[in-house]
Structure formats: structure tokens, C-alpha cells
Design a protein. Structure first.
Lengths: 442, 185
């Protein structure tokens, strides 16, 4: 029995020793290989950690730099690079806030300029005159210098007769002097009533033509009492809230003023009707400035009444003129009503005064903006019928006009307008007109 | 002669007006304007509402600066409407939402969302709010929650001419908001 036990013990010992010998003979290379792999992976991890740390530092630095650049205008940036770099080393951690800030700032870099504006393409068919297509393009370029100052310029390109007319409608610098006062210098839209300054852009004006009181230069358009007013000078404007819902707004300006439209060589008026031209009296031929202003009161939201006035000289003989106007507008649930009146008094060399005036009233209704029309099909909700009545003593006689149209809003800034004008007046003023216009604001 | 008198009068009026303009804001502290109401009141009085997402924040700064001159906005009103447009600009809410989603919860409550997105600028909720849009009191009795959620996420899906801007909420936030509206009947 003991012999069997001894043999078994010896056999087990031999097997154990053999196993160790075999395993040691074959395991060494594998272990080495595994050790090598682990070391390589350790190195890779270290490299990755280094890369991540570098990325974190770079990202934080970038976020801080753009944040600083956004907070401080570029004019201060010259000597600040070192300080910014020093600041960034103090905050090396990558945070979501920093990334968001960086994304936001990337969006801002290089966008101190902004291109905006509007344009239109139209077809005009007047009775008794050839029909014609027409196009206009008014790009606005804005530049923000800092939080207190920005510039705007507007180029007007209009296809008229056989040429493209170029004009600089605006080229002004705005300086935000105070919460309630903005100073403007340069060429700006004159704040007289609302149409000239605010409503005339094709994507805002709901009809393809102007009301009778304003010269309409589109194909087959009519003369009015005045043209759109854009002039060179200085302006102070702003608003003062009066309680929760009411507000007073104002604008006061001194500009070169209009000049007389007269045959070449004639620089002053006789006793015939005088037409004033705005925006081209760039060297002020009579050295006499025009003063004017507009004050408006808004008792409740989207309702406003305004009064405007201006006075000055218009020719080399220092003949004077004055103009005053009134405007009102209200908008609620898609229904809009607006109107304007203006009266122009012009002194003539024979000591008489020529007086011309006019008005318009316009109403439109955008379907789908009240509970009454909220269930209509989407196509119908994009429609806006519009009607305007106006009358004016133009340079060619008295014009009375009905205009009716319908707008289809492809987008909120892209109306396709169809309209018909019924005109009543002497000679060519009596020509009715059919119009289609596609306008766009961008 | 008449014009000389008119000029003198104009100068006096100008001087008095400037004094008035400077003194009124210095002596009275006006309520901080609500950006949503300013947007609705002034932008919408001349033209259709432009989509907040059509311009970057920087572009809106310039556009609103120009409109400050044209529409007679105060500096405070311009800042408020800019903040409102910035908040409605889909670029930034997406980033903020990603931040909230990545932070493992911490979604805003219904009340916080109503305050943050200035819903009361246009809608009555509870006892106060604007009247530009319909009252939201009891809206979930009149409409299904799916309809309300779709209206909040994409107002143009129901009305292409809607002036309401889109709101980018996460699922949890939308649920919180719907619950809040349900509670405020």
C-alpha cells in the first residue's frame, strides 16, 4: 500500500515539475509580447492625454480670446493680446459654456458688415401706353463700429426708360447718444409722415405703386405733390415711453433741402407751378437750410398718429416753401388702416403762394391672423386684399385714384402683388393701370 | 420775414425739446421693457414679422440699431428686443438645450420656460400677459396637447402667417410646459 502511495507521489511530482518546465519553456515569449503591448498602450494613453490636455488648453484659450474680442472693440485689441493670453492660462478647463461661447463668437467673427435690403420685379400695363417689365434693387450695407455707432448706406438701382438709374438713397452714420436720443449725420430718409421713411420699400408697401401724393416713378406712374424725401444733413431722433402702453417719438433735422426742378439754365421759379426735387441739392445752391421735424404719439400698441412740418428755401432767389403733414396708422388682428395728408406751400417770385395738397387712405386685411379666419386653408391665409383711395393736386392737375389689389405672401418678406388703379384726372393722369409685382426683402 | 420768425421759433422748440428729452429720462425711472412686446409693437406696426432665425445675433444687432433710428426705439427697448430675438434664434437655444441634455437632467420647469421664453410677452397665462396672441388659459381644454406642442415647436405648421417664433424645447421641457399650461386654466 505504502509502495503504491510512493509511486503515486513520485508520478505527481514528475507531472508537476514537467508542467512547470513545459509552461516556462512556452510562456516566456507570450508574456513578453503581452508586456510589450501593455507598455505600448501605456505610451499611447500618455500621448492621448497630452493631446487632450493641449486641445483643452487651446479651446479654452480660443473661447476666452473671442469672448474678449467680442466684449472689447477691435480698437482696443492692439496691446491686449498678451494680457488675454495670460488670462487664458488661468482657466485651462474646457467647459460647455466656453464651447458655446466659442460657437457664438465664431458666428460673429467677420460679420461687422451686414447686407440687407429689398428689390422687386414687376409688370405694368397702362391704358394708352406700351406695357413694360420693370426691376429695382436696393441693397443696404450696414457696418457696426461699436455699441454707440453704426453706419448704413443704401444704393438704389432702378431700371427706367433705356438705362439703369443709380442713386444713393442713404449714406448715414448713427450715433446713439442717449437712451432717448440718436444723432444721425449724412444722407438719410427724411422723417416726414411715414411713407417716405418707413413704408415705401417694395416688400412693405402693399401695392405696387405709390399713393397720389407721392411721385410714382414706375412705368406709367403719376406725378404727386412731392417725391420720396432723402436728403443730406443732421438729425436727432428717439422716443420716450409714457407709461406702460403709450409712447412719444420725435425726429428733428436740418438738411440742405430740395431744389426746384426747372429747365436747364433756369434757376428760379416764375409764376408757373413749381416742382421740388429732393436729394440732389448736394451743395445747397441757396445756402439756406431746411428745418423740420415729426412728432408722433402712440396711445396703444400698433397705433400711432403723427404730425410733421418743414420750412426753408428752394431756389437761388431764396424763395421759400413750407410743408406740413399728418399721418395715422392702426393694425390689429391682420387688419391695417393707414393714411396721410400733406400740404405744400411754395412762394413764387411774383409774391404769390402756390398751394398744393393731397391725401390717401389705405386699408388691408391679412387673412388667417384672427380667430375668424384661423381655420381657412393655408393658401388662403397667405392672401391679403388691399384698397387705397387718394387724391392730390399734382404738378399736372388734380388726380383722384382708387387702387385695389391682392397680395399673396410667398414668405413673410416676399409678396406677389396684383393690383389695378382707376385714375381720374386730366390727360395722361386719367390712364388706368394694371400691375403685377414680386417684391422681396432680405 | 415770416421764415426768419419760423426759424427762431424752431430753434426755441428744438432747445426746449432737447431739455425735455434729457430731463425726463433722468428724473423718471421707466419700467424695463419687454423684448417680445417691443418686437410685436414696433416691428409689426410697419411690416410683417421677420423670422428671428433669418439673421445671426450680430446681424440683428445692426438691423435693430438701424430700426432704433427709424422707429424711435429707446436704447433699452432696442436691447430688450435684441435679447428677445437672440433668445428666439435657433442657433443659441440648440446649444443651450444640448448643454441641458448633456448635463444629465436639470431640464427647466414649465414656469421657468414661460419666463425664459417670454411667453407672456404675447399671451395671457394666469392673471397677466400680453394680448398680441390668444390667451393660453384653458388652451388644453380647447386643443389637444399634440396640437399645442406642434404650435409651440413650429407655429407655421398651423398658420403660415403666424407671427409666433418657433421654440426649441427638449421632450422633457415640452412635457413640463404642457403640464404647466394645463395647471394654469
Amino acid at each position: 500500500m505504502s509502495r503504491v502511495t510512493n509511486l503515486t507521489t513520485r508520478a505527481l511530482l514528475v507531472i508537476f515539475l514537467s508542467s512547470i518546465a513545459i509552461s516556462s519553456a512556452y510562456a516566456d515569449p507570450e508574456v513578453d509580447a503581452l508586456k510589450k503591448m501593455v507598455q505600448q498602450q501605456d505610451e499611447m494613453i500618455k500621448q492621448l492625454q497630452g493631446t487632450v490636455q493641449k486641445l483643452v488648453a487651446d479651446q479654452a484659450k480660443l473661447a476666452g480670446t473671442v469672448k474678449k474680442a467680442t466684449a472689447e472693440p477691435s480698437s482696443k485689441a492692439a496691446g491686449s493680446t498678451l494680457a488675454v493670453g495670460q488670462q487664458e492660462t488661468a482657466q485651462p478647463s474646457l467647459t460647455i459654456e466656453a464651447v458655446n461661447q466659442a460657437i457664438k463668437s465664431y458666428d460673429n467673427i467677420g460679420s461687422k458688415f451686414m447686407l440687407s435690403g429689398y428689390g422687386d420685379a414687376g409688370f405694368y400695363d397702362s391704358k394708352g401706353a406700351p406695357s413694360s417689365f420693370q426691376g429695382d434693387f436696393n441693397p443696404l450695407l450696414m457696418f457696426k463700429l461699436n455699441d454707440s455707432m453704426q453706419m448704413v448706406s443704401e444704393l438704389e438701382v432702378a431700371l427706367r426708360d433705356d438705362t439703369a438709374d443709380f442713386d444713393l438713397e442713404q449714406a448715414a452714420i448713427d450715433y446713439f447718444l442717449h437712451n432717448n436720443i440718436t444723432l444721425t449725420g449724412g444722407k438719410f430718409l427724411v422723417p416726414f409722415n411715414t411713407f417716405s421713411e418707413k413704408i415705401h420699400p417694395a416688400w412693405i408697401n402693399k401695392l405696387p405703386s405709390f399713393a397720389p401724393i407721392y411721385n410714382d416713378e414706375s412705368i406709367g406712374g403719376h406725378p404727386g405733390v412731392v417725391s420720396l424725401m432723402s436728403d443730406v444733413g443732421v438729425k436727432a431722433s428717439g422716443g420716450i415711453p409714457l407709461g406702460k402702453d403709450s409712447k412719444f417719438t420725435y425726429a428733428m433735422y436740418v438738411v440742405n433741402g430740395p431744389r426746384m426742378v426747372a429747365p436747364e439754365g433756369e434757376m428760379s421759379a416764375d409764376s408757373s407751378p413749381v416742382e421740388l426735387e429732393w436729394g440732389h441739392n448736394l451743395t445747397d445752391e441757396n445756402n439756406n437750410k431746411v428745418f423740420g421735424g415729426r412728432a408722433a404719439f402712440s396711445p396703444i400698441a400698433q397705433t400711432e398718429v403723427g404730425l410733421s412740418g418743414m420750412t426753408g428755401k428752394y431756389d437761388v432767389n431764396s424763395d421759400g416753401f413750407s410743408m406740413w403733414g399728418a399721418d395715422a396708422a392702426a393694425r390689429k388682428y391682420g387688419l391695417e388702416v393707414r393714411g396721410e395728408y400733406l400740404k405744400l406751400s411754395t412762394d413764387l417770385p411774383d409774391s404769390t403762394t402756390q398751394r398744393r395738397d393731397g391725401f390717401y387712405l389705405q386699408t388691408s386685411y391679412r387673412l388667417g391672423q384672427s380667430s375668424l379666419t384661423s381655420t381657412l386653408p393655408n393658401f388662403v391665409k397667405k392672401l391679403e386684399p388691399v384698397v387705397r383711395y387718394g387724391s392730390a393736386q399734382t404738378i399736372d392737375g388734380t388726380l383722384r385714384q382708387w387702387a385695389a389689389g391682392i397680395d399673396y405672401w410667398i414668405e413673410e418678406t416676399v409678396p406677389l402683388k396684383f393690383a389695378y388703379e382707376f385714375n381720374d384726372g386730366p390727360n395722361e393722369l386719367a390712364n388706368d393701370r394694371f400691375m403685377i409685382q414680386l417684391a422681396y426683402g432680405f | 420775414m415770416v421764415f426768419k420768425e419760423a426759424f427762431k421759433m424752431t430753434k426755441k422748440i428744438l432747445l426746449l425739446t432737447i431739455l425735455l428729452l434729457v430731463s425726463v429720462p433722468l428724473t423718471s425711472k421707466a419700467e424695463e421693457p419687454d423684448g417680445g412686446q417691443v418686437y410685436s409693437r414696433y416691428c409689426g406696426s410697419c411690416h410683417n414679422f421677420r423670422s428671428p432665425g433669418e439673421k445671426s445675433v450680430r446681424e440683428w444687432e445692426m438691423a435693430i440699431g438701424h430700426m432704433r433710428t427709424i422707429a424711435g426705439l429707446t436704447g433699452e427697448e432696442a436691447s430688450a428686443v435684441l435679447k428677445f430675438l437672440e433668445n428666439k434664434n435657433p442657433v443659441e437655444p440648440s446649444a443651450q438645450r444640448a448643454e441641458r441634455d448633456n448635463s444629465g437632467g436639470a431640464t427647466l420647469s414649465g414656469a421657468e420656460l414661460v419666463a425664459k421664453d417670454a411667453c407672456r410677452a404675447c399671451h395671457v397665462i394666469g392673471d397677466n400677459g400680453g394680448k398680441v396672441g390668444p390667451s393660453l388659459n384653458g388652451v388644453l381644454e380647447r386643443r389637444s396637447w399634440e396640437y399645442v406642442a406642434a404650435q409651440i415647436a413650429d407655429p407655421h405648421s398651423h398658420n403660415p402667417s403666424s407671427a409666433m417664433p418657433s421654440h426649441n424645447f427638449s421632450q422633457n421641457e415640452m412635457q413640463n410646459l404642457i403640464k404647466y399650461l394645463e395647471e394654469n386654466k
